[in-house]
Design a binder for this molecule. Structure first.
Ligand SMILES: Nc1ncnc2c1ncn2[C@@H]1O[C@H](COP(=O)(O)OP(=O)(O)OP(=O)(O)O)[C@@H](O)[C@H]1O
Ligand SMILES: [Mg+2]
Length: 371
């Protein structure tokens, strides 16, 4: 499929754009180029990459488009390797922030949103770490899943709580088909996958049920997740990783305020827009009193398939600068890695299946720093 070209001439930009225009955008019916969906096109020698940015709700619809675009690129003369990164276009959908809270957040930057009285902590859990992002589609769930698997790799007892009401992904990414059961005290028992105890909002609410977070059911759904049997006195959990919904709306605030977190890890891609959103998220979480444990730069570079050299197709150094500005460490830089995407699609975390791979090693090192 991806036959190396005999010529050493790099592919023509026009040929690439034409090839991508032959792939139809399912929404507009236009070609991808005409539809304005080809962003950040980079051509380095025979390597081509671009960002396919689509509305957050459409990422599922566009997965096959991404695959078709990669095939179309691979067929262009001179292309040796093609990589299309599918990502969400803007910050995640957000429910309206209540005017009072918005005023506190926006008008008084010094205001601290004190943790709510009802802040809870799951029983018999050592550490609670939330994974957050300002922008959607930056790889937050990929980080959450692989970080949890990395804690297990280090010999710790780890859990994963998927609280992303917009798109719960832990069941899929961890390859879970079963439904959790209750114990004698009517508490949910997390499901064990790849050594990780997993609970997901996807197990207890229907798809797209974001509305429930407006009402009293919000607290009860969250309480159900937190009060799952994560650990017991005899068998405590060392660390619980929480996959938060992307963005900085009321929901994210509420979640963080209701949970006694040890800290938040912010995930960002290297692009300016993602970094700006990352800073916004960090600022918001700090106002709730949560500490920022560090920044993870995902899709940091694309490794040259021939030499392994790092090609920073979406910019370089941005996350390191942002972390420094936040006074938090840069916890790790994860390359764009097809195997990482496939592992998510196949429900088998890369850290569990190929711990020696370069991307998995980044997660393991990150887990070491956070443990
Ligand atoms: N380093 C990477 N290399 C290649 N593909 C990646 C990488 N990180 C994430 N992806 C892919 O990008 C897509 C988005 O990742 P993921 O679902 O983890 O993001 P997210 O931030 O959780 O998204 P959402 O905001 O929708 O919850 C997925 O298809 C995932 O497999
Ligand atoms: Mg996610």
């Amino acid at each position: 499929m991806n036959t190396p070209s005999l010529s050493t001439t790099p592919p023509e930009r026009a040929a690439i754009l034409a090839a991508l225009d032959a792939v139809a955008d399912p929404k507009s019916g236009l070609g991808l180029t005409a539809a304005g969906l080809v962003r950040g096109l980079v051509i380095r020698g025979g390597r081509v990459a671009f960002m396919l940015e689509v509305p957050a709700a459409d990422t599922g619809l566009y997965a096959s488009v991404r695959d078709a675009a990669e095939r179309a690129l691979a067929a262009v003369a001179g292309v040796e390797a093609a990589q299309v990164v599918l990502t969400a276009e803007t910050t995640a959908p957000q429910l309206k922030v209540s005017p009072r809270r918005a005023a506190r957040v926006q008008e008084d930057p010094q205001a601290r949103l004190s943790p709510m009285a009802e802040a809870v902590r799951p029983a018999f859990v050592g550490k609670v770490i939330a994974i957050a992002s300002g922008k959607g589609g930056v790889g937050k769930s990929t980080v959450a899943v692989n970080l949890a698997a990395a804690f297990v790799h280090l010999g710790l007892k780890a859990g994963l709580l998927d609280a992303d009401i917009y798109g719960p992904s832990a069941p899929h990414m961890m390859g879970i088909k079963d439904e959790p059961e209750f114990d004698a005290e009517k508490r949910l028992i997390p499901l064990l996958a790849w050594g990780v105890k997993v609970m997901s909002i996807g197990f207890i609410v229907e798809d797209g049920a974001a509305n429930i977070w407006r009402g009293p059911m919000a607290s009860s759904a969250l309480r159900t997740l937190i009060n799952s049997v994560w650990g017991t006195r005899e068998d405590p959990l060392d660390v619980l990783v929480i996959d938060l919904p992307p963005g900085t709306g009321d929901i994210q605030l509420t979640l963080v305020q209701r949970l006694q977190l040890d800290g938040v890890v912010i995930v960002s891609t290297p692009q300016e827009i993602a970094l700006i959103d990352a800073r916004r998220a960090a600022t918001m979480f700090r106002k709730t009193g949560a500490s920022i444990l560090g920044v993870v730069e995902n899709m940091a570079w694309f490794a040259d398939p021939a030499t392994g050299a790092r090609i920073p197709i979406f910019g370089e150094g941005g996350a390191a600068r942002e972390a420094q500005a936040l006074g938090a460490p840069l916890l790790g830089q994860i390359p764009i890695e097809v195997a990482l995407r496939q592992s998510g699609d196949e429900g088998a975390p890369l850290v569990a299946t190929a711990p020696e791979s370069a991307a998995a090693q980044v997660f393991i090192e990150m887990a070491r720093r956070l443990a």
